[in-house]
Design a protein around this ligand. Structure first.
Ligand code: NAI
Ligand code: MG
Length: 480
C-alpha cells in the first residue's frame, strides 16, 4: 500500500502532525495490518475548528467566488493526474475492486469540476417590495463546516460534501472513518499542493466516539454533514442541536426496485444484480429489495440464480465482481443475517469466494433469497452486505405499500413498460431519488441526493448541495 502518498497525520492549518494515538490500518483483502494511522481527539478537533475559522478571515476567505472555483478545478485536475495512485489506495484501504475505486476517483474529479464551475453561479435575488425600498438576498457560507464520513465511499463522499462546502466559501474540518482514512489524507495533500490555502480543509482522523463526537458537538462548528448509520446520525443531530446548528444526515436505506410483469428483464437484470454486489453491498443507496410481480417471480429468481452463480468475491486488486467486507465485525454482522436467511428463507442462488483469496480476508459470496415476506427481518433491515431479497407482490397498490413499508426512504426504482404507471410510481414512492427503468442513473454528481424518514434529511450533490452549504441573508435598504 502506498502509505507515503497518504501522509498519515492530522492536518491542521496546513501543518501535518502526529496525533495523541494511533490505530492500525488493515487491508481487508488480507486481514493484515499494514501500517498505523495517526489519530486526533477532542484537542485536535478544537485546533482544527480554530484553524478553519482563521482561514475564513485569511487567504481562503479573501478569494472571490470565481477564484475559489478555479482552485477547486485545479484540485480536480490534480486528482485525475494521480488517478492510478488514488484508485489503488482506495481499493486496498476499502477492499473495493480496482475498477470501482477508479470510478470513485473519476467521480471525485467530477465533483471538483462541477462545484468548481458552480462556485460563482449561485446568485441571490432582488425582491419587489414597498416603494422606497430595495431588497435583495445574499448567499453566504455557514462558516466552519464539519464533515463526518464513512468508510464505504470516502472519495465520493468527500466530493459531494467537502468540495460543495468549499465551493460556497466555507472552511471545513473532515473526520474520515477509522476503517478507511487514507484517500481523505491523500486528497488533502493533493488539494494543498494544488493551492488550497492553509486551514480551508483540516483533517482529523480518529475514532467516531472521540474525534467524531468532538466535531459534531463543537460550539465552533456552523454546519455538520454526516453520512453513516441511522443510530449515529441521530446522535450527531442531538449533538449539533445543543449548538442549534443545521445538519445534513445521509443515512442508510433498504431501497426497493419494483419489477412489473411487463418489464424488460434483460435491461433490468444487470441493475438488480449490481444493486446487491456493488462495493460488496456496502452502499447506502443499494437497491437491496427486489419487489416482483408474482406471475414472474419464479422466472426472475431463475435468471438471478444464473447470474449470482457466476459472481466471484476476491482481493480488491484482483478486480473481481466483489471485494472483501470492510472488517471482520461487519462480516460477522452480515453472517448473522445469512444464518437467519438460510434457516427461514429460500436460497435462490449464490456466488463463490475465489479459491486463492487470502484466508485472512473478509470474504463473503453474494447471495439471493426468494419468496421473502415484506415484514421479514431481511426485507426490513439494512444488511450492508452482498445479499439480495426477492419479495412477490400482486398489484401496483401492494407494490407501493411494500416499497414504502420500511422506516427508510433513500432511493427507489421501478421497471415497467407502462408509461402511466411510471409517472404514478414516481409520485407514490417515498424516497429522495426515484429511478424509472434504470437504477442510479450512473450516479451523476449533478443529481441531488438524500433521504426521507430514517434515511436522513438534507440534500447533497447537484446544485441543491450549494443551498445546503450556504445561508440566505435578506438585505432591505430604504432609500426613499
Ligand atoms: P457509523 O455510523 O458508526 O460510522 C460512520 C462515521 O461516523 C465514521 O466516521 C465514524 O467514525 C463516525 N462515528 C461513529 N460514532 C460516532 C459518534 N458517536 N459521534 C460522531 N461520529 C461518530 O457506521 P459503522 O459502524 O461503520 O457501520 C455500521 C452500519 O452503519 C453499517 O452496517 C451500515 O448499515 C451503516 N452505514 C451506512 C453508511 C451509509 O453510506 N449511509 C456508511 C457506513 C455505515
Ligand atoms: Mg462505528
Amino acid at each position: 500500500m502506498d502509505l507515503e502518498f497518504a501522509r498519515r497525520g492530522v492536518l491542521i492549518d496546513g501543518r501535518w502532525r502526529e496525533g495523541p494515538q494511533t490505530l492500525p490500518i488493515e487491508d481487508p483483502s488480507t486481514g493484515e495490518t499494514v501500517g498505523e494511522l495517526a489519530c486526533g481527539g477532542a484537542a485536535e478537533v478544537d485546533e482544527a475548528v480554530a484553524a478553519a475559522r482563521g482561514a475564513l478571515s485569511d487567504a481562503w476567505g479573501a478569494l472571490s467566488a470565481a477564484e475559489r472555483g478555479r482552485v477547486l478545478a485545479k484540485i480536480g485536475q490534480a486528482v485525475l493526474a494521480q488517478a492510478d495512485r488514488l484508485a489503488e489506495l482506495e481499493a486496498r484501504d476499502v477492499g473495493k475492486p480496482l475498477r470501482q475505486a477508479r470510478a470513485d476517483v473519476v467521480a471525485l474529479a467530477r465533483y471538483l469540476e462541477f462545484y468548481g464551475g458552480a462556485a460563482d453561479k449561485l446568485h441571490g435575488e432582488t425582491i419587489p417590495y414597498l416603494p422606497g425600498y430595495t431588497v435583495y438576498t445574499l448567499r453566504e457560507p455557514h462558516g466552519v463546516t464539519g464533515h463526518i464520513i464513512p468508510w464505504n465511499y470516502p472519495m465520493q463522499i468527500i466530493g459531494r460534501s467537502v468540495t460543495a462546502a468549499l465551493a460556497m466559501g466555507n472552511a471545513a474540518v473532515l473526520k474520515p472513518a477509522e476503517q478507511a482514512s487514507l484517500t481523505a489524507l491523500a486528497f488533502a495533500r493533493i488539494a494543498e499542493e494544488a493551492g488550497l490555502p492553509a486551514g480551508a480543509l483540516n483533517v482529523v482522523p480518529g475514532l467516531g466516539a472521540d474525534a467524531g463526537a468532538a466535531l459534531a458537538g463543537h460550539p465552533g462548528i456552523d454546519h455538520v454533514s454526516f453520512t453513516g448509520s441511522t443510530v449515529v446520525g441521530a446522535m450527531i443531530q442531538a449533538a449539533a442541536a445543543k449548538n442549534a446548528v443545521p445538519v445534513t444526515l445521509e443515512l442508510g436505506g433498504k431501497s426497493p426496485q419494483l419489477v412489473f410483469d411487463d418489464a424488460d428483464l434483460d435491461r433490468a437484470l444487470p441493475f438488480l444484480v449490481n444493486a446487491a454486489i456493488q462495493n460488496a453491498g456496502q452502499t447506502c443507496s443499494a437497491g437491496s429489495r427486489i419487489l416482483v410481480q408474482r406471475r414472474i417471480h419464479d422466472e426472475l429468481c431463475g435468471r438471478l440464480a444464473e447470474r449470482f452463480s457466476g459472481l466471484t468475491s476476491g482481493p480488491a486488486m484482483a478486480d473481481m465482481d466483489l471485494g472483501p467486507i470492510i472488517t471482520a465485525r461487519q462480516k460477522a454482522m452480515i453472517e448473522g443475517y445469512l444464518e437467519t436467511a438460510r434457516r427461514e428463507l429460500t436460497l435462490v442462488g449464490q456466488g463463490q469466494v475465489a479459491a486463492d483469496a487470502p484466508a485472512g480476508g473478509h470474504y463473503l459470496p453474494a447471495a439471493v433469497f426468494g419468496g421473502v415476506k415484506p415484514d421479514h427481518r431481511l426485507a426490513q433491515e439494512e444488511i450492508f452486505g452482498p445479499v439480495q431479497v426477492v419479495i412477490p407482490f400482486d398489484d401496483e397498490d401492494e407494490a407501493v405499500a411494500i416499497a414504502n413499508g420500511t422506516p427508510y426512504g433513500l432511493v427507489a426504482g421501478a421497471w415497467t413498460r407502462d408509461g402511466d404507471r411510471l409517472f404514478r410510481l414516481a409520485r407514490r414512492l417515498r424516497a429522495g431519488q426515484v429511478f424509472l427503468n434504470n437504477y442510479g442513473a450512473g450516479g451523476g454528481v449533478e443529481l441531488p441526493f438524500g433521504g426521507v424518514g430514517r434515511s436522513g434529511h438534507g440534500r447533497e450533490k447537484g446544485f441543491e448541495a450549494l443551498y445546503g452549504f450556504s445561508v440566505l441573508k435578506t438585505v432591505a435598504a430604504h432609500h426613499g
